[in-house]
Design a protein around this ligand. Sequence first.
Ligand code: UDP
Ligand code: MG
Length: 315
Amino acid sequence: MKKVSLIIPCFNEQDALPIFYVEVTKTMGSLKYNYELIFVNDGSKDSTLDVLRQLAAKDNRVTYLSFSRNFGKEAAMYAGFCNASGDYVAVMDADMQDPPSLLPEMLEILEKGNYDSVATRRVNRDREPFLRSWFAKQFYRIINRISDADIVDGARDFRLMRSEMVSAICTMGEYNRFSKGIFGWIGFKTYWMPYKNIERVAGETKWSFWKLLKYAIDGIINFSQVPLSIASWGGISMTLCAFFFLIAIIVRKLVFGDPVAGWASTICVIIFIGGIQLFCLGIMGQYIAKIYLESKRRPHYIVSETNRDNIDKVR
Ligand code: UDP
Ligand code: MG
């Protein structure tokens, strides 16, 4: 019998977990697959870890990894991927926004053998603040233009993959992780399954607008060098403009003998150019900061407690 590994990153999910567990075991129990549930406790401050210990005590298909602090969802997914042993591996949220009821259909699609992964895509952004959906749309438009990673608008992290694809993801050990980009970058054939967005069952979202904006900027910087060339092209065109202005002024002085007037406008131009220089330095700074973090080779996560002994505790 084939085995399915489900990876569930959990950050303060004490209320959602029991509901999730009941649902997911109901769905998986009705299918002809072995399965394991890998819960990754991402430094929760509530009693998520207690809930996980209880689940693991009564069900030996439950594995939990508890991080020594909050390392972020990306690190939690990475830990799950690197420790999953199934023929098929799925990542899902603990809050039921990624309904387990979709799993049978996803498995069926992979079984047919034409695809390597089935990913989900929300088709509506109802009840989401207007500004947030607008920014999200712009983000997808921009990143697809300027990077090689093919990133689908509305794609969720919820997806089921063949183990080959998961091994490929594990080889991408970069410190700055942006899964939506990584999934797109490694290629493989993906079937996109549309579904309606669902509200979470309990608890609240951990993504503030600013956290999302930062994530979006990280995504662009991790998967594109275009911002760097914007800086250089902007610089070149400004220099050319300034050069032509200079010639115009010299000609005007020689032909008409005008005295130089208007220091206010000069100051404006100086400030403007100064601003652009700082902006470009900032863009470069972003990339250098990434190189800095990458070069330290710090682990992605540190596991402080788990119920298995064959787990990569630091990676
Ligand atoms: N999550 C995590 N670490 C974090 C933030 C979130 O492991 O730092 C988990 C969270 O417990 C949930 C999933 O990632 O299972 C998605 O988070 P959330 O539901 O808050 O995001 P949303 O669905 O609103 O995008
Ligand atoms: Mg959610």
